[in-house]
Design a protein around this ligand. Structure first.
Ligand SMILES: NC(=O)c1ccc[n+]([C@@H]2O[C@H](COP(=O)([O-])OP(=O)(O)OC[C@H]3O[C@@H](n4cnc5c(N)ncnc54)[C@H](OP(=O)(O)O)[C@@H]3O)[C@@H](O)[C@H]2O)c1
Length: 314
């Protein structure tokens, strides 16, 4: 098979042996695979794939059809449309995935949308609801809201009945983020004066933390998911105590199969029906064929996009 391949800090296309599905695994013929920040870090040598994933094939999510099933894999039949988060190896013509990590692709999603949905919607859903316990009527702040996770978080928050404020640094994308359901879309500069917020989805990182705490309501929750803007922050513990605040943080990629399976079941229960009903969509800024993998990575790195960059594999 052909696959995006990381060699010496570059990403190119190379031949690899076809993977074989093991017990409980499914071989997926990949149609589309989204790009994520982790791919860029892996290309730079900073984020090795977890054990069990191909070390040199990037890609944390995929959508495709079931090509074959390993021993004991029974949840899906050959030809079924499936999608998943994976530890790596998604940007390839073929990828093996444990069946418990797979989700059915809603009819409402075409291949490109399905290829860009699993990582960001799973991340946003897990952060907002499983970790921060966001509920109807609460005030949510989403930082970095024009990106993949941000556009998912804004839509999920609005769909759950939260009042959503979004920070977007590119003025040209603010109307688009409002159209996804954000009630207020603001410049990141001075965001802390727009509180109070019950939940903050922190996708930019350390530079926002003091402002997040300042703008937090009593009993508020901050969930740190992205640190592209910086990883080290000063934190006033007195303010944290005074707000009776919760500061949480999380990564998805290194989780055990059991934990990833739980996130897939939560997606099937709570998120996939909203795609079917047209409540949620996957904004895709650009698609690239596998042969243009280098351009796809450059486009992702350039930023200033709404939603996802997705690679098409057939
Ligand atoms: N913990 C996890 O499990 C997990 C899972 C998925 C993603 N992540 C991380 O979460 C972050 C968001 O992911 P994503 O897929 O949404 O990435 P993305 O599509 O690249 O979006 C990032 C967004 O944040 C904005 N941004 C970046 N730096 C900023 C800054 N210093 N000030 C203001 N805005 C800034 C970007 O604006 P511009 O376009 O203008 O640059 C963009 O809109 C990334 O750091 C990613 O690595 C973590």
């Amino acid at each position: 098979m052909r696959a995006a391949t990381i060699r010496d800090g570059e990403v190119l296309v190379a031949e690899h042996p076809d993977p074989q599905p093991g017990a409980g695994e499914v071989l997926v013929r990949v149609h589309a695979a989204g790009l994520n920040g982790a791919d860029i870090h892996q290309r730079a040598g900073h984020y090795p794939a977890p054990p069990g994933s191909p070390p040199d094939i990037p890609g944390l999510e995929l959508a495709g059809e079931v090509a074959a099933r390993g021993p004991g894999a029974e949840r899906f039949a050959e030809g079924d449309r499936v999608m998943a988060i994976v530890g790596g190896g998604g940007q390839a013509e073929l990828c093996t995935v444990h069946e418990r990590q797979l989700m059915p692709v809603p009819d409402a999603l075409d291949w490109v949308a399905a290829g860009g949905a699993p990582e960001v919607f799973t991340t946003a859903h897990d952060a907002l609801f499983t970790q921060a316990g966001l509920s109807s009527g609460e005030r949510l702040l989403v930082h970095g809201a024009a990106g993949g996770v941000g556009t998912a978080g804004v839509q999920l928050g609005a769909a759950a009945g939260a009042h959503v404020t979004a920070t977007v640094r590119n003025p040209g994308l603010r109307d688009d983020v409002a159209a996804l359901g954000a009630h207020a879309v603001i410049d990141p500069e001075g965001f802390a004066e727009h509180g109070p917020f019950d939940v903050v989805l922190e996708l930019v990182g350390a530079p926002n933390l003091a402002g997040d705490l300042h703008a937090l309501a009593i009993g508020g929750r901050i969930v740190v998911i992205g640190i592209g803007g910086g990883a080290k922050a000063d934190l006033h513990l007195g303010a944290l105590m005074g707000k009776r605040a919760t500061l949480r943080a999380s990564t998805l990629r290194p989780r055990m199969l059991e934990e990833k399976a739980l996130t897939a079941r939560a997606m099937e229960r709570n998120v996939l029906p909203l795609f079917e009903r047209g409540v949620l969509r996957v904004p895709v800024a650009a698609t690239y064929p596998l042969d243009a993998v280098g351009e796809a990575y450059e486009r992702f790195t350039a930023g200033g996009k709404l939603g996802k960059i997705v690679m098409t594999l057939r």
